[in-house]
Design a binder for this molecule. Structure first.
Ligand code: CMP
Length: 145
C-alpha cells in the first residue's frame, strides 16, 4: 500500500525570490495537509547526508553548494499516495520538461535550482522526514483544537 507522507524542501533560490507563499498555496490547493513546517539553513555536512545517494553524481558538489547557499523551507505533506501525487504537482526535475501549471515549471530557475524537492519513494519520505523533524514537530489536523 502506498504511503501517505512526502518531504518537500523549498530551495534557496525560490526562498530568495519570494516564492514561499505561492508554493505553499499550490501545495494547499493540491489537497496536501502540511503536518510539519520550518525554515532552516543547512550546513555542508548536513546537506551531504541528505543527498548521500547522489554523492557519485557529477553535479553533487555544486548541488551541495547551492543547497547551503541560503535558508530553505522544509515540510512534511500528507495525502493519500503522497509521493506520487506530489511528484505530479511539482513536475519533472528539469523545469524545461515540467508541464505547465506545475510548481517547477512556474518557479524553478534551472535543473539544479528547481524550486522544490519531493521525496522519490515512501521509504525515502520517512528517512527525509526523520532527518528534519522530531516527533513533537509534527501535527495532523486531528491534533488541532
Ligand atoms: P531534487 O528533487 O532535490 O533531487 C536531487 C537534486 O539534484 C534535484 O532536485 C536537482 O536539484 C539536482 N539535479 C538533478 N539532476 C541534475 C543535473 N543533471 N544537473 C544539476 N543538478 C541536478
Amino acid at each position: 500500500m502506498a504511503g501517505n507522507i512526502t518531504l518537500t524542501m523549498i530551495k534557496p533560490m525560490a526562498v530568495h525570490k519570494g516564492f514561499i507563499v505561492p508554493i505553499l498555496d499550490k501545495i494547499n490547493k493540491g489537497g496536501f495537509q502540511i503536518i510539519a513546517l520550518k525554515m532552516v539553513w543547512m550546513n555542508k555536512p548536513e546537506a551531504r547526508v541528505f543527498y548521500k545517494n547522489l554523492k557519485d553524481k557529477p553535479f553533487f558538489n555544486s548541488l551541495i553548494r547551492f543547497m547551503t547557499s541560503g535558508p530553505i523551507v522544509v515540510a512534511i505533506l500528507r495525502k493519500e499516495n503522497a509521493v506520487e501525487e506530489y511528484r505530479k504537482l511539482i513536475g519533472s526535475t528539469d523545469p524545461k520538461k515540467a508541464e505547465v501549471g506545475t510548481i517547477r515549471r512556474e518557479y524553478a530557475s534551472s535543473i539544479e535550482k528547481n524550486a522544490v524537492h519531493g521525496s522519490d519513494s515512501d521509504e525515502n519520505a520517512i528517512i527525509e522526514s526523520d532527518f528534519f523533524f522530531s516527533k513533537i514537530e509534527r501535527f495532523g489536523l486531528e491534533d488541532l483544537a
